[in-house]
Design a protein around this ligand. Structure first.
Ligand SMILES: Cc1ncc(COP(=O)(O)O)c(C=O)c1O
Length: 431
């Protein structure tokens, strides 16, 4: 477990005040206190995850199972934002670029370590959409060049390619995702069949926002890299859920939203561009360097970015592998309970390597939005109405589909009793 706390570093440098100690415990760095407390229990002991859950601030009665849309920041993150803002506003000029603001570069290093990249490959963006836009708008492509993507991509990872199509004459090819996917071989075969001699970029989500399918990125990279096709990954759903390493994934570029599974402040994200392809992707915002502040990137939200560093600390204190295991464990419980309910049909693949912490069921015979509404209004359970594919109008006729499904994304702030409550609620609603 990584014990060097980024936040502690800031404390030591005098850049921020120690956080207010939580009631009933000693003062000091709360991330270190959490790490120390967690040493007392094996992960299998329910007290381990109860202790982690005590760091969150959800209102009583709210069962948040839509982390795939937005995460819930732990107290340590919101406290760090408040403290940084208080300090910043006391002397904005000296704390925006220097002073407190200088800590943003530590966050960039911290973020690079977290995803297995080098410092000079990572920039801090506001969200996955911005990261994807930076990648697409920084590419040198000729009219007639082709992008391969799927009919399942989220708008945040698809609009950028639509832009190139509309304004630069680039062709966008969509492969229709098998649903459900049978196995990895099927998926790789379909991808390979859709590549043409003009394909310059292949762009896929790491975890499918509709079905929770985990795309086998390293296997896809083994197909694209020998053909000199850039592999771009919309990783909105993975850092903070899966224990990822961008190098092992083999992707050329990766964009993500830290306000989802990383539980970081809203409006924080990461962009990775592999060193060896940086001469092929040069967005305007990175013209003057990958640094948090640069002449081409402009002034940043210092408090939010420092809070992003604290969120990474929080994850490291628990352990990335432990978090992935817990997300999978809860998701598996959702899967096992809900598959017993008539009218719910699993859309997420069965295989562990193709799954994640999100699970999706199609609802037969009832509108998903009605079930979604009842879950929230009668049981306080927030899930996601996953309507179906997000494809744009010009291809909707061939590729758009309405799966009428519900997506459940459970994180370390959920527990077994909440999953059981979800199953009971759905059994009642769908009876
Ligand atoms: C796969 C995927 N990509 C991109 C996004 C957009 O994220 P953001 O609005 O944070 O950029 C989402 C949001 O749910 C997503 O699921």
């Amino acid at each position: 477990m990584e014990r060097r706390s980024f936040f502690k570093g800031l404390l030591a440098s005098g850049l921020v005040l120690p956080l207010l100690p939580k009631a009933g415990r000693a003062g000091g760095d709360p991330v270190e206190l959490l790490a120390d407390d967690l040493q007392k229990f094996p992960t299998s002991d329910p007290s381990f995850w109860q202790r982690v859950r005590s760091e969150f601030q959800m209102r009583d009665g709210v069962v948040h199972m839509n982390n795939g849309s937005i995460g819930a920041s732990p107290r340590v993150v919101t406290d760090s934002i408040l403290q940084a803002l208080t300090k910043l506003e006391a002397d904005p000029y000296h704390n925006t670029w220097g002073g407190l603001g200088a800590g943003m570069e530590d966050v960039r290093q911290h973020a690079a370590d977290f995803i297995g990249a080098d410092l000079n490959e990572v920039s801090l963006v506001r969200n996955c959409t911005e990261g994807m836009n930076n990648i697409a708008s920084g590419l040198d492509l000729e009219p007639g060049d082709e992008i391969l993507t799927t009919n399942h991509e989220h708008g945040g990872g698809m609009s950028c390619w639509q832009y190139l199509r509309q304004y630069r004459g680039i062709k966008v090819n969509y492969l229709k995702m098998p649903n459900p996917v049978q196995d990895k071989a099927q998926l790789l075969r379909v991808i390979e069949q859709h590549l043409t001699p003009r394909t310059r970029v292949a762009s896929f989500m790491h975890v499918d926002t509709i079905t929770g399918l985990q795309m086998p990125m390293a296997d896809i990279a083994a197909i694209t890299r020998p053909r000199d096709i850039l592999l771009v990954c919309d990783g909105a759903q993975t850092p903070g859920m899966l224990d990822i390493d961008v190098r092992a994934l083999g992707v050329d570029a990766f964009a993500s939203s830290s306000h989802k599974w990383l539980l970081a402040p809203k409006g924080t994200g990461l962009l990775y561009i592999r060193k060896q392809v940086q001469d092929r992707i040069h967005p305007l915002s990175l013209m003057k360097g990958y640094t948090a502040y640069s002449g081409s990137g402009g002034t940043r939200d210092v408090a939010g970015i420092l809070g992003h560093g604290t969120a990474i600390d929080f994850h490291n204190a628990i352990g990335k592998a432990r978090i992935e295991a817990r997300c999978r464990q809860l998701s598996m419980r959702v899967r096992e309970h809900l598959r017993q309910i008539p009218r719910l049909r699993l859309l997420t693949p069965e295989q562990e390597e193709l799954s994640s912490g999100m699970v999706t069921f199609a609802v037969d015979g009832v509108k998903n939005s009605e079930v979604h509404k009842k879950l929230w209004e009668d049981y306080g359970i927030a899930a996601k109405v996953a309507q179906g594919t997000y494809v744009y109008t010009e291809v909707a006729a061939q590729l758009g589909e309405n799966y009428n499904c519900l997506r459940f994304s459970t994180h370390i702030y959920n527990d077994e009793s909440q999953v059981d409550r979800l199953a009971e609620a759905l059994a009642t609603i769908l009876a």
